[in-house]
Every structure is written in structure tokens, then in C-alpha cells.
Design a protein around this ligand. Structure first.
Ligand code: NAG
Ligand code: NAG
Length: 367
């Protein structure tokens, strides 16, 4: 069923007037942002796809090479963000809801809800994973380390099967988890290397809607973040042998959506956004940020749109998670609403705040 519940009837003009969704927050396109839109996202290039990981043998664990990669050529709108993606979350965070909407093809008139999580309820076509393979699920070896695992109900340990426990939605400040669809790489082949517990991500055009807050940390060095990755990255080794990178050849796609930096000199309550691919990197730049929702619950939509070759990160005032579809005209209305616009033609707008490339996403403590 197509629902237009988020669009007031009075705003549905035909003709010259554009449709205006009634759940936009006050527009702010610099400083504390309401929306950031990356344009000219895709292109033609390549990245180093992981095709195997050789662990070597104890005690040296050395094998050369150990990370087996093959150059993969890609091109087109959104490339490489048209490939299957996962979203990664680092606490402290309360996650209240997550929904994913996808069109049947890049020009379809309707984006249907394909995945849903409401805290305290069993998810639909959405599996929570973390990097604790080898105990309850997934695999571990002394030289190869841990694969992904099914996350347990508190997201800080592994469970034997997907969604074995109910998630109340709190992710502690020492933990990371990521989301995948319910379809495993055994049921249908996944792109690139996978081992242990491995599922598909969301491919082609997609919209993630997420409602969350990021409460205070116990120390400034523990900062919450949400970022998107090519799903291949977590299926190999999220911190090690993977297809991440920046510039050519490399860069199978990372987008930091709201990343609060923990480096000295950075404001831990200002979330920066950056995008990385084989094209290089760009982002929100200095002094533009998404405010960390320390004591309020916020809703963000992240739209990856193949048709217009854009990625939009937009704060919304609300979302009706019972709506099972969104029309293309509503997607277009979000895409044309006020936003800070960053073209991915150049590498010009990266933040000069202290951070190291991909260094901000630390390994979990205690492992
Ligand atoms: C795109 O999907 C829509 C909805 O399923 C369908 O009607 C249309 O024929 C598809 N277009 C193409 C080019 O496949
Ligand atoms: C999940 O695993 C962690 C680590 O083993 C454990 O501390 C936690 O209690 C587990 N959560 C649940 C709900 O069993």
C-alpha cells in the first residue's frame, strides 16, 4: 500500500509548485546542518576486491601475500555506493528504529520498505552483526582472527542465530555493530570474499531511516558514530584486509554519516560527514557538522539515489515507520529540499579537524 501520511494534503500541489514533505526540520546549510547532499557521486574506476584471506600458520602467522585482492572495474551513477552496503553503529547510542526503503529499479515510482527494526521487537529482513566470530557464531582462528557473528541482544557479544534475542536498542560506548539483510551468502553468492557468518547488504538505490540518540560518554575518547560501508568490508576484515581505500586503485565505498571525532582538538559533540571512494574523499569541511543528539531523539534519512547520482543525509522531524512505501515524488522532494551541497568532483572539502583516515573507527576494546 502506498502511504503519503508524511505529506500533508495541502502541500500536494500540481504544476509549478514542488511537493514539500511536512517532516523537514528548519533548513540550515552551514554550521549546524539540517541536510548535506553529495552530488556527482559515481564515476569510472576500480578498487582492490578481496577474493581470499590466507591466515598463515601458528606461531608465525605469516604468509605473503595474506590478503588476496583482484582489481575490480566499476562505473556508473553512485559507483561504488550502488553496490551492497551495510550501516555501522558505534556507541554510546540508543537506536529506536531503522527502516530501509528500496525501489524495484532506479526509476520505479515507489520505494518499498524492505527492512524494519523497532526497538523491543523482532526485526524484519534485518540482521544485527558484530565482529565476535568464533564463539556462538561465525569463525575465529589464532592467525585469521574473528569473522562477523550474529549479535546478541545487547549488541556487545555473539549469539548462535540471527536475532536470537530481543534488542532493547542500547549500544554501549565500547561496542560496534552493523546491519545486514536476512539473506545469507550461502543462499545466494555475495560479491567478494566472505567467511563464517556472512549476509547480503542493500544494493542499488536505497534509503535508510534511523531514529536514535547519542547520550553522553563516560570519557571524551569514546564517541558515537554512524557510517556506511560497502558490505564487502565487514565480510572480510573491517580493520585489516578489505577493499577500503581512497583514490585509485582502491576505495569500495565508505560514507561517514554522523561521526563524532575523539581526537584531541575535535569537538566530540559535532558529527562530521565524509565520503570516500576510488575517486578520493570529500566531506562537510570545517565548521559544518550534524549536532550530536545528546539529550534528544532525532531521525535521519540517508538516501542513495542512482537516478540522480546523489547521496542525501537529512534530518527529519519525524518518521512513520508503519508506512510500507514512499513514492518517488517524496524522494525527489527530499532530494530537492535545502541542503549543504558538496560535489564529489573534487577532494576539496575534507575537514581539517584532527583525525586520521579511517583511524577514527577503532577496534573494539578488550579484543
Ligand atoms: C521499474 O520498476 C517498475 C515497478 O516495478 C516497473 O513497473 C518498471 O517496468 C520497471 N522499469 C524497468 C526499466 O525495468
Ligand atoms: C552479550 O554478550 C556479552 C559478552 O559476552 C555479555 O556481556 C552480555 O551479557 C550478552 N548479552 C545478553 C543479552 O546475553
Amino acid at each position: 500500500m502506498i502511504s503519503l501520511s508524511l505529506v500533508a494534503a495541502s502541500t500536494l500541489f500540481v504544476g509549478a509548485h514542488a511537493l514539500t514533505p511536512n517532516n523537514l526540520v528548519s533548513a540550515s546549510t552551514s554550521g549546524s546542518l539540517s541536510a548535506l547532499k553529495y552530488t556527482n557521486v559515481g564515476g569510472t574506476g576500480s578498487y582492490m576486491q578481496v577474493t581470499n584471506m590466507l591466515p598463515g600458520e601458528w606461531p608465525s602467522c605469516t604468509v605473503n601475500p595474506s590478503c588476496i585482492q583482484t582489481e575490480k572495474q566499476i562505473s556508473g551513477n553512485l559507483a561504488p555506493f550502488n553496490e551492497e552496503m551495510t550501516m555501522v553503529f558505534q556507541g554510546p547510542m540508543n537506536i529506536h528504529n531503522i527502516a530501509v526503503y528500496q525501489p524495484a529499479n532506479s526509476t520505479a515510482a515507489t520505494w518499498k520498505q524492505t527492512s524494519l527494526f523497532n526497538a523491543g521487537q523482532a526485526p524484519t529482513n534485518l540482521v544485527f552483526m558484530n565482529n565476535d566470530g568464533g564463539g556462538a557464531s561465525g569463525e575465529w582462528s589464532i592467525c585469521g582472527g574473528a569473522s562477523q557473528s550474529y549479535a546478541n541482544g545487547t549488541w556487545n557479544g555473539a549469539a548462535a542465530s540471527p536475532n536470537a534475542q530481543i534488542y532493547n536498542g542500547f549500544l554501549d560506548e565500547n561496542s560496534q555493530m552493523n546491519i545486514m539483510t536476512a539473506e545469507t551468502c550461502q543462499e545466494s553468492a555475495c560479491d567478494g570474499f566472505s567467511r563464517g557468518t556472512a549476509n547480503h547488504g542493500w544494493g542499488d538505490s536505497k534509503m535508510f531511516v534511523m531514529t536514535f540518540d547519542m547520550p553522553p560518554s563516560s570519557t571524551p575518547s569514546k564517541t558515537p558514530a554512524i557510517w556506511g560501508l560497502n558490505a564487502q568490508v565487514v565480510r572480510s576484515a573491517q580493520y585489516g584486509c578489505n577493499c577500503r581505500g581512497m583514490g585509485s586503485p582502491g576505495g569500495c565505498g565508505e560514507i561517514d554519516i554522523l561521526e563524532n571525532l575523539n581526537a584531541a582538538g575535535a569537538n566530540p559533540n559535532q558529527g562530521v560527514s565524509e565520503v570516500y571512494s576510488f575517486k578520493g574523499a570529500t566531506g562537510s569541511g570545517n565548521n559544518n557538522y550534524f549536532a550530536r543528539p545528546l539529550d534528544s531523539i532525532v531521525t535521519y534519512a540517508v538516501i542513495f539515489d542512482e537516478q540522480t547520482d546523489q547521496i542525501l543525509i537529512e534530518q527529519l522531524s519525524e518518521w512513520d515507520y508503519t508506512q510500507t512505501a514512499v513514492t518517488r515524488s517524496v524522494i525527489d522532494a527530499y532530494l530537492s529540499s535545502p541542503a549543504m551541497i558538496v560535489s564529489f568532483n573534487t577532494n576539496a572539502r575534507r575537514s581539517e579537524r584532527p583525525r586520521s583516515f579511517m583511524g577514527a573507527h577503532r577496534r573494539r576494546h578488550g579484543h
